[in-house]
Design a protein around this ligand. Structure first.
Ligand code: SF4
Length: 346
């Protein structure tokens, strides 16, 4: 990098940082919740759920005291529900072990459920302004282009090199008197808004003069990554059973039940192959609807057959009727939500 790299980056960040709800008050609890929500999820998809969640659980103590069911409801639509369960467990630990305050050391932060090196670095640098590095997909991409870095970014040596870069970026910057919070966020913001994966806007880039890939006219060759294996396929068949009042039947698999790739412990439509053994019989009333859904490394085909109950269905704690409004508010996975919306339109 040329002298003044960090100054150019920070000046640009001050002028162009997006206004995001968690940036307005970067308290540890807000930064932590936003970082967990942002994992595998786009910024735009997090804005509204973040504000809803903060209204419902404004403090770590309120979150720790809530039932897990309420937390999952508030998480509804964000997917990857394991994150919500871990967030809840971590909140309880923070109350029990740290008097309700997010720990200020990397070691203690890493002991909390759901906090890995990335999230620890994000919270410690953004909320506490500590010179801790952050590496996410944006940092990887910017780094790889700035240095015309030839290694596979997913290889061990590639990962180590990015962490080293991120560490010296924030530590040298700290020694120069810059804010660690701004340094980390500026690098990520550059990746999110200018140095984007498929169409980087090099003309508008504040650090174009530092960029080896641009100098060499090879921006499109970075970052280097091995092609991913094709996604595996799986098909699930569901029943959309309605009663005479047009309520829909939802069931809940126990958390330990891993028979499906959909998250356990959430309300979902009954699966066709286990419905009969659970005493659920239907009379089909329409043509099946089909939706595609991606989850982890799988491409799912979800088929749902609408029908009415053929015989009585007794509600239990893990099986009951939902009105459309109740289903909308319930702790359901995004795949189930997709199917319910498909049925609504059918
Ligand atoms: S010059 Fe282009 S490729 Fe290089 S860091 Fe800036 S936006 Fe990315």
């Amino acid at each position: 990098m040329q002298p003044g790299f960090r100054k150019r980056l920070l000046q640009w960040y001050q002028r162009h940082a997006r206004s995001l709800p968690w940036r307005s008050k970067p308290e540890p609890y807000r930064v932590w919740v936003s970082e967990i929500m942002l994992q595998q999820t786009r910024v735009e998809a997090v804005r509204e759920p973040f504000q809803r969640f903060m209204k419902r659980f404004p403090t770590v103590r309120k979150l720790a005291a809530a039932d897990v069911e309420q937390v999952l409801e508030a998480w509804s639509g964000l997917g990857y529900y394991r994150r919500a369960r871990m967030l809840h467990r971590a909140a309880q630990q923070i109350v029990e072990l740290h008097k309700g305050r997010f720990p200020e050391t990397r070691e203690h932060a890493l002991n909390l459920p759901g906090i890995g090196p990335y999230t620890a670095g994000a919270i410690l640098s953004i909320a506490f302004d500590q010179p801790e590095p952050i590496v996410d997909g944006n940092v990887e991409r910017v780094f790889s282009r700035l240095n015309a870095f030839g290694q596979d970014m997913k290889s061990v040596s590639g990962r180590n090199a990015v962490w080293q870069f991120a560490t010296s970026h924030v530590q040298d910057g700290h020694a120069e008197g810059h804010s660690s919070s701004a340094l980390n966020q500026a690098l990520m913001e550059l990746g999110a808004t200018i140095c984007t994966p498929s169409s980087p806007d090099c003309e508008a880039c504040p650090v174009a003069m530092d960029c080896a890939a641009r100098r060499e006219g090879r921006v499109d060759q970075f970052p280097r990554v091995q092609p991913r294996a094709a996604r595996r396929e799986r098909t699930y068949h569901f029943l959309a059973v309605r009663d005479r009042r047009s309520r829909i039947l939802l069931v809940r698999r126990p958390e330990a039940d891993t028979s499906s790739l959909l998250p356990a412990g959430m309300w979902e439509l009954p699966q066709a192959d286990s419905a009969a053994t659970a005493g659920i019989r239907i009379r089909a009333t329409g043509t099946p609807a089909t939706r595609k859904h991606a989850i982890m490394d799988y491409r799912l085909t979800l088929r749902v057959q609408p029908g009415v109950a053929d015989g009585p269905i007794r509600p239990t704690s893990n099986r009951r009727w939902f009105t459309p409004e109740e289903a909308e508010r319930a702790a359901i996975a995004s795949a189930t939500r997709k199917l319910l919306h498909a049925l609504g339109r059918a």
